[in-house]
Design a binder for this molecule. Structure first.
Ligand SMILES: N[C@@H](CCC(=O)N[C@@H](CS)C(=O)NCC(=O)O)C(=O)O
Length: 226
């Protein structure tokens, strides 16, 4: 059976976790305790020399990098497709994925580390708002980025948006995105995989400890590579 190396507090693991569950692919979860440094153990480094979760091993094939894993799962497991056939819908799904990755993900760091009066926090919030308006434009009148059905774009972008909401960003500024987020959160798989308040607290403390030990720019750089 497919093995899934993950940590439930890792937003990038969650992309893969949600995809596995939404596609109803059977898997064995293997928890990697990042706080205890299990990602640096030789057995795990043999799977991922860059010491990151998520990783999957399927039929003897090891795949790392969350987006590469999503593409692999979609190509191999054809049931419950998460990519639309229509080319313009597909372009929207890909844009949602890439904008989340390249523009949005790193903005989580200032939300967790800057004080209310910091100019960096104001700048991050303004950029998030710009991204939300762009997502609203992509969604247009559809329920999801891929049209009427959930897509990989919704999983990647939605996962980041739910996290940002949990960091007290006011989503009601862009109603269409707030409603889309609520639509995602009505799905059983999303309720099952999103962190509760206690887990969010642990996540924040872990990121703050990383910022303290490695510096904010280093962490932002790492998130940008995700
Ligand atoms: N580009 C990778 C990044 C994965 C990544 O940064 N994972 C984090 C958790 S969200 C991790 O494993 N951090 C532990 C470490 O780097 O030691 C991906 O998209 O899969």
């Amino acid at each position: 059976m497919l093995k899934f190396y993950y940590n439930p507090l890792s937003p990038l693991s969650r992309r893969v976790w949600i995809t596995l569950l939404e596609k109803e692919i059977p898997f064995t979860p293997i928890l990697i305790n990042l706080k205890e440094g299990e990602q640096f153990k030789p057995d795990f480094l043999a799977l991922n020399p860059f010491h990151h979760v998520p990783v999957i091993v399927d039929d003897g094939l090891r795949v790392l990098e969350s987006l590469a894993i999503l593409d692999y799962l979609e190509s191999k497991y054809r049931d419950r497709p998460l990519l639309p056939k229509d080319v313009s819908q597909l372009a929207k799904v890909r844009m949602a994925q890439m904008v989340s990755n390249n523009e949005l993900s790193s903005l989580v760091i200032p939300l967790m580390s800057e004080t209310e009066d910091s100019p960096q926090l104001g700048k991050a919030k303004r950029k998030i708002k710009r991204i939300l308006h762009f997502f609203a434009e992509l969604l247009a009148e559809d329920a999801y980025f891929g049209g009427e059905n959930l897509s990989l774009g919704d999983i990647v972008a939605g996962n980041a948006i739910v996290l940002i909401s949990k960091l007290d960003f006011d989503m009601s500024q862009v109603k269409k995105i707030e409603q889309w987020r609520d639509r995602l959160m009505q799905r059983e798989v999303w309720q099952q995989t999103q962190p509760n308040d206690k887990q969010m607290e642990i996540f924040k403390q872990t990121v703050q400890a990383l910022i303290k030990s490695q510096g904010k720019n280093q962490i932002i750089h790492k998130v940008k590579q995700s």
